[in-house]
Write a protein that binds this ligand. Structure first.
Ligand code: ZN
Length: 660
């Protein structure tokens, strides 16, 4: 039973976030914002900020952030519904729950579905026929997609523009947001949610569209994957990409292959394994298991080797017991992914699925495989380790089977291992590591199962919670969420154009205070004044660009911060708290000047290498003159517009200014 969305919105709106937080820590007004000691970590000088008008908070120390609902959830350890109920009580709002008026709900569901169907067709058509989708088509071809596959999976292209889909759909703001295809931006105009992405429509098991998974093109900016946010139709802890195509084969083979991405599902299909599904930007949940169990009891995980090995074993065993399923694991080599294998060696991929190992066997074999079994000491250590893993299994008979295997492999007397196993079982259990503890200090030991590959059922309300928007598991390699090198487009490597050098994160200098940060401040504070000028191609620094992109594509600053990734998100948060009183035309002029100068340098380099350097003369003279004018006095708006438009076009054409 959930709470009606409108009521959640109302609770958020009427809650005075400053009054709420003041119950836990003292806040003082500092300019536009409120500041105080962080209630989530202990500190002596305030690093906790609250934006009362946007309704969110951020700690510069421990990075805790969110809105009023998140605050109550984390402070009081409540689930989503509990937090909303608590706030509604304070505000005197009587909540309505979603199991009332079912009939009306179904009708609405149908209407929303129809919007999505039109969007699927539109994006698909766009990919097939539109000139602006040429790069997307080339990318798909390079990944081995045939026309038939593009048609089968109804792959689409979201153009690099603000509102083309919204203009085509012509639906109400409410509906546009309800299906996650767009939102009303801060200029009160409808804006598309997906932009410049290859789109993989996600269907429910009946084949009705519920959302999209978007992948950026290889050298585009921003996070690699962007999925529909949870909304009236889409719930990522239930959604499984590919289930509509997979179910027949699932039933026929009494087995489902669970992988991590859309392209993996398609790769399996290419290799003749049509029973693959993918979780969409989340780990496997109990709801997924419940859904899959309608078709088969045999769940085969085809995750990255490390991911699968670190899956939370307790949950796997709990599900095996509660739902009578058997979980096994495809043994992929580190770095191998199904999509790539399907292209290079489909035979090996099919064989790997056929050879999937039971979950416990997989874990034990990993321990033994990593050990040195050539020395007595090595074998003893390996046996110790393996017993710890075996101990996690709830069934004593299964445990004993494995004890004998391990004893054999490590040349240890089984009884010795049984004694050891009893000791391990008698040990008090350690608390499971938490993803987002208040202290933020979740440490983990080498062999401790990590809550990552597989996760518990989320709280009743997946919607709106910040913590629910973690990047997909395959994106969280190590601690950093984005490869800094991913953003390096060569614009900043100085004279070194060498890819090998500029891939290194160190090649990107830190973003300095200047026209880019000031333009972002304006975009945050008074977006309507700069909306027509600014474009991400004008932001030369990758962090500033990522920040602007997130901002341009979000309905609220809060959403933008959540979507921007750690570095750009922090930048946005800081700048939003700083605010600005600068004049918009001045700021845009400074930004255009900076971009113009960089462009001039690039043109000079191009001209030097060109067959006909003179051809560059005219445009370079024009640009130089315009930049000089810009320096000497406040530009006419029309002239500035002209320059900005030209710069945007030029930088987009040349791949954002890469010098070749
Ligand atoms: Zn803090």
């Amino acid at each position: 039973m959930g709470i009606v969305d409108e009521d959640i919105v109302r609770v958020r709106e009427v809650t005075d976030i400053v009054a709420l937080i003041t119950q836990y820590t003292q806040l003082k007004r500092v300019g536009q914002r409120w500041s105080g000691l962080c209630p989530f970590h202990s500190e002596k000088t305030p690093s906790f900020s609250v934006n009362a008008s946007e309704g969110f908070y951020y700690c510069f120390g421990c990075k805790e952030h969110g809105d009023a609902i998140t605050f109550v959830r984390n402070m009081e350890h409540l689930d989503f519904v509990g937090a909303v109920e608590r706030l509604a009580g304070t505000a005197g709002i009587v909540l309505r729950y979603t199991d009332q008026n079912e009939g009306a709900g179904r009708k609405r569901h149908k209407e929303l579905q129809a919007h999505l169907e039109r969007a699927v067709d539109w994006y698909h058509e766009r990919l097939k026929t539109s000139p602006d989708a040429a790069a997307a088509r080339a990318y798909l071809r390079s990944r081995g997609f045939t026309g038939e596959q593009v048609a089968r999976y109804q792959v689409g292209w979201a153009p690099d523009d603000w509102d083309q889909l919204a203009k085509f759909l012509k639906i109400s703001n409410k509906d546009l947001e309800a299906v996650g295809l767009g939102f009303v931006n801060r200029r009160q105009k409808q804006q598309d949610f997906f932009r410049a992405r290859v789109l993989f429509p996600i269907f429910d098991e009946q084949g009705r569209p519920i959302g999209f998974g978007g992948r950026k093109l290889p050298d585009a900016e921003g996070p690699k994957y962007q999925n529909s946010r949870d909304n009236e139709l889409y719930n990522k802890s239930k959604a499984l990409y590919g289930i509509n195509w997979a179910k027949a084969d699932m039933v026929q083979h009494d087995e489902v292959v669970i992988c991590e991405g859309y392209t993996d599902v398609i790769g399996f299909g290419r290799a003749g394994v049509d029973r693959a599904v993918a979780t969409c930007g989340t780990a496997l949940t109990e709801e997924h298991v419940r859904l899959l169990r309608k078709f088969t009891r045999r769940l085969v995980l085809a995750y990255d080797a490390d991911e699968a090995g670190q899956s939370a074993s307790e949950r796997v065993y709990a599900w095996e017991k509660a739902y009578e399923v058997q979980v096994s694991v495809v043994q992929l080599q580190p770095g191998e992914d199904p999509d790539e294998m399907a292209r290079e060696n489909p035979e090996a991929l099919r064989a790997a699925v056929a050879d999937a190992r039971p979950f416990l066997a997989f874990r034990v074999e990993r321990v033994l495989g990593a050990a040195d079994l050539t020395t007595p000491e090595g074998r003893a250590r390996a046996a110790e380790h393996a017993v710890e893993v075996v101990a996690e299994h709830p069934d004593p008979i299964v445990r004993d089977q494995y004890v004998m295997e391990v004893a054999d492999e490590c040349r240890v007397a089984p009884d010795l291992l049984r004694t050891r196993l009893t000791e391990v079982l008698a040990r008090p259990k350690e608390a499971a590591p938490v993803r987002r503890g208040a202290s933020g200090q979740a440490t983990r030991q080498q062999d401790e199962p990590l809550v990552r590959g597989i996760e518990p059922l989320h709280g009743a309300g997946g919607a709106g919670g910040w913590d629910d928007d973690a990047p997909p598991p395959w994106e969280t390699g190590g601690s950093g969420e984005h490869d800094a090198g991913e953003y390096d487009d060569g614009t900043y490597g100085g004279p070194s154009g060498s890819a090998a050098v500029s891939r290194r994160p160190a090649a990107v200098p830190p973003l300095r205070e200047g026209s880019q940060t000031e333009a972002l401040r304006l975009a945050l504070a008074r977006p309507e004044e700069v909306a027509t000028y600014l474009d991400e191609s004008l932001f030369l620094h990758p962090t500033a660009r990522a920040a602007f992109e997130a901002l341009a594509n979000a309905a609220t600053v809060t959403d933008a911060i959540a979507a921007a990734g750690p570095e750009a998100g922090e930048l946005l948060t800081r700048l939003s708290f700083e605010g600005t009183a600068s004049d918009a035309v001045d700021v845009v002029a400074r930004l255009a000047e900076e971009v113009g100068r960089q462009t001039l340098v690039e043109l000079e380099a191009e001209a030097r290498g060109a067959d006909d350097p003179l051809a560059y003369g005219e445009v370079m003279r024009w640009l130089k003159l315009t930049l000089e004018e810009l320096r000497s006095h406040r530009p006419e708006v029309e002239k500035l517009n002209q320059l900005v438009d030209w710069l945007i076009e030029r930088r987009r054409e040349s791949g954002d200014g890469q010098v070749h």
